[in-house]
Structure formats: structure tokens, C-alpha cells
Design a protein around this ligand. Structure first.
Ligand SMILES: [Ca+2]
Ligand SMILES: [Ca+2]
Ligand SMILES: [Ca+2]
Ligand SMILES: [Ca+2]
Length: 232
């Protein structure tokens, strides 16, 4: 009797959800074979996937108008095949987790690609989609492509030339990021506190504006350097 009551409540809410008009194709939860969930159920003569209730975090639905929203719930009325899957092991199952993989970007941002202007999407179940060592969040901050391992923020080389040093790194041009070059005298550990240069960078071609920048440090023959990137 208790199960029937739960199912009844779920169906009532599902009827209410019809007002959202044709929610379908959800999924930020793995289905167990490497894809996002494909969790179809027929109710009321139509197929629903991963259906949803408003005001709950977790699953993502796409509405008939093409808008995405967080929709989750109906765990009793609609089978969620991997209801206990917890990709990042934080104790919150993916179905209810706004950030399945714990990389600091929400499932919504990863699926829509909002941090990259919608040009590409990152994997909501993988903290480093292209396995280049930079997390999806780091790539969002640096403005690099989270699906291309060759697109990553890094120091390319430091040339020592007599009494000065040249520091070259991969940058996002078009003046879209601020870079700070720091130096430290004799320790690889710790945060280099001396700022020797800070500015935006021109150049690069849309959409990624990939370029390089080189800064010369006249006092830097044998120093250590770090480059910081800031997303305004
Ligand atoms: Ca994430
Ligand atoms: Ca991710
Ligand atoms: Ca990456
Ligand atoms: Ca990348």
C-alpha cells in the first residue's frame, strides 16, 4: 500500500510537470555503459526520460522550447537506473548533485558549455575532459578548449640569454584574460611574490584566440618564474 501511495504522488506531480511542456532527454548521470543516462519510461501514453520536478537540484531536462533547467526527482515513480551512482564520491548521488564530477563547474554549465560561450561542452562526469592535466574549471578560467589536449595554459619555455630571461607561455589573446608573471629568487616552493609584468594579450583568432606571449626579465638569469591567469 505504501508503494502505491508513492507512485500515486509521483504521477500527480508528473501530471503537473506536463505544464512545462514536453520535458525529454535528460541526463547528467551515467547509464553504466559509458553514456549519459537513457532512462525512458512510458507514462500516460508518452515516453519520459529522467523526469523531473522543479525546485530540486540534480538532473537536467530540456524543454520543448529548447531551454535547459535543473529537473530531478520522481525517484519512486520513474526508475533511475543508477540512482546511487556518485562519480566524485562526495556522498551526494549524481542524480541530486549539481556537480557530478566535483571539478567546480556545474553539470548545467558543462552540458551547455556556457563558460566557453557555448562553442564546446565539457563532460559533466569527467573533471578533465581532454585529459591534459588541466581541469575543466581551470580551462574555463584560462579560456582554453576543454576538449583539446593541445589547448592548455602552460609555460612553454624559459630562455636564459646572458643576464636576462625570456618567459614564454600559451595565452588567450583578444585582451580577454589578464596575465601576471611572477619571479622568485632561489626556491621552487612557495608563491613567487615579485610581480615583473601584468597585462592582457592581443592576437589569436576566433573562437579561441590562441597565441603566445613572451616577457623579458632583465634580472632573471637564474630565477624561477610562474605565470598566473585571471578571468576578468
Ligand atoms: Ca562538474
Ligand atoms: Ca567536467
Ligand atoms: Ca583539460
Ligand atoms: Ca584543453
Amino acid at each position: 500500500m505504501k508503494t502505491i501511495q508513492k507512485l500515486f504522488i509521483g504521477l500527480l506531480c508528473l501530471s503537473a510537470a506536463v505544464a512545462y511542456a514536453d520535458f525529454y532527454h535528460i541526463g547528467s548521470v551515467h547509464n553504466g555503459v559509458g553514456s549519459i543516462s537513457d532512462n525512458t519510461v512510458s507514462l500516460g501514453g508518452r515516453d519520459w526520460r529522467h523526469i523531473s520536478a522543479g525546485a530540486q537540484p540534480g538532473g537536467i531536462g530540456i524543454g520543448g522550447a529548447g531551454t535547459l533547467d535543473h529537473r530531478a526527482g520522481f525517484l519512486q515513480a520513474v526508475e533511475v537506473r543508477r540512482w546511487d551512482l556518485d562519480t566524485d564520491g562526495d556522498g551526494v548521488p549524481d542524480e541530486l548533485d549539481w556537480d557530478n564530477d566535483g571539478d567546480g563547474l556545474s553539470d548545467m554549465d558543462e552540458i551547455t558549455g556556457a563558460p566557453w560561450g557555448g562553442i564546446v561542452s565539457s563532460d559533466p562526469n569527467n573533471p578533465d575532459t581532454d585529459d591534459d592535466g588541466a581541469s575543466d574549471l581551470m580551462e574555463a578560467i584560462a579560456g582554453t578548449d576543454p576538449t583539446n589536449p593541445d589547448s592548455v595554459f602552460k609555460i612553454i619555455h624559459i630562455d636564459s640569454d646572458g643576464d636576462d630571461a625570456e618567459v614564454t607561455w600559451t595565452a588567450r589573446g583578444n585582451h580577454e584574460r589578464i596575465y601576471v608573471v611572477r619571479a622568485i629568487e632561489d626556491s621552487y616552493d612557495g608563491t613567487p611574490s615579485e610581480v615583473i609584468w601584468s597585462n592582457t594579450v592581443a592576437g589569436g583568432a576566433a573562437p579561441w584566440f590562441e597565441t603566445t606571449e613572451t616577457v623579458t626579465d632583465p634580472a632573471g638569469d637564474s630565477r624561477f618564474f610562474a605565470v598566473e591567469v585571471i578571468r576578468p
